[in-house]
Design a binder for this molecule. Sequence first.
Ligand code: HEM
Length: 499
Amino acid sequence: MSTHLYQMSSKLLVDTVGKVNDNLTSVFLAASVITLTLGYISKLLLRHDTDKDQKHPPFIPSSIPFLGHAIAFGKSPIEFLENAYEKYGPVFSFTMVGSTFTYLLGSEAATLMFNSKNEDLNAEDVYSRLTTPVFGKGVAYDVPNPIFLEQKKMLKTGLNMARFKEHVKIIEDETIEYFQRWGDSGEKNLFEALSELIILTASSCLHGKEIRSLLDEHVAQLYADLDGGFSHAAWLLPGWLPLPSFRKRDKAHREIKKIFFNVIQKRRQSGEKVDDILQTLIDATYKNGRGLNDDEIAGMLIGLLLAGQHTSSTTSAWLGFFLSRDKDLQERCYSEQKAVCGDHLPPLQLDQLKDLSLLERCLKETLRLRPPIMTMMRMARSPQTAAGFTIPVGHQVCVSPTVNHRLQDTWAERMEFNPDRYLSDNPAAGEKFAYVPFGAGRHRCIGENFAYVQIKTIWSTMLRMYEFDLVDGYFPTINYTTMIHTPHNPVIRYSRRRQ
Ligand code: HEM
């Protein structure tokens, strides 16, 4: 599953090296860095010039061997890309940590990625080394893309409107219960709270009641260890290195699979037909008539949970900070709850959720300014043409929602958080890929509707309980060291609403 892992940074080596303490691991690490460096140098030396007649994208030079632009990019990737766009135009290349990246910025250039075939611009080549140890074999980027597309279709069947109706109630109940621990007022880490809550809501909705009932502190720790597999170290270093985080990830993977196998087998044996996603997967068949085996089902359940976890918790947290920064907007959202659902604020219904259009626009605008996936990546397996340039085989081709969502030529008052911009004509509407927080084409997200239901239900419930404020006016800066750009020091002030 696209686990949203696409961020290169200068922290890459620093993080990795910093976390390694024992000598043995250091030796392995040094060996790998040397191997990578030698590979890089030989690649440079052996580079054929068979394609010298072709016009390659403008190349941003760097005087730092091997690392290339990793430090500048890692420090402030958006600024780096925006400056490069100004200087070189929508298509340009640069190197980082021995790899060459070619960015396609703006709607038109992005067309190449979103309309491409997976054989030409390949997702497995860039994502699989991170996702396969976490989800397991036989699913997502471990299988040929046509099989993954069939798996996505099965998951999509499970994410339907009838289920969403149930999900609203489940999420509302989980949210009310979770925030009981916050009391009447205080200051708390909003991102941490939403991450914890979203594991609970996603497990209830996407895994079903048996797996949710097993979710205690131990299982939450297993998810955290598994999630630790999505690290810069896992991306950069060979999987056989005995790093503690790799070992934890693999152990957690085995334990979680064991838990899921038990539940799947019990469900199969009981013959009970529960109306949930687990049942959809148990009953699903590939085009050739084969059903999913337990390993595939367990892998898809892990993928479902983790694909939505960071994306939704980060988005929810940023939404909270945008609403806290603009108290008028927050009050308009609260009034909308009453206008749509009734003054006494009865339990939420899916139909009402759809009518909460201001909250919806706030979420849409949050996804514009803080799309959790900063970059989507593919490996060029054949030469590709964009804006008249030939992108050579071996380049990592990237599209950045973050940059597309704030291009000067496309978005009026581009840095303003203005949910009402969607009420009037806006130039971006005419550009197919100007707004792509959920991607597009064959790798497009299947979780968009669920994410909207989940985040809108959580924030409806929270707005009914509390008023939120920034702490001493602090609006979080962006933490670029995490793969998904989380808010830095995300503490919020809250006080119970008097109705
Ligand atoms: C705010 C929430 C979310 C955002 C912003 C988001 C964003 C994205 C993006 C940008 C992609 C495309 C990646 C690429 O082209 O490389 C994607 C793919 C995907 N997402 Fe999400 N996602 C979210 C939530 C979810 C949830 C809740 C689920 C599951 C329930 C999910 C499952 C998937 C799957 C299965 C793919 C397909 C990957 C592929 O075909 O390569 N996502 N998502």
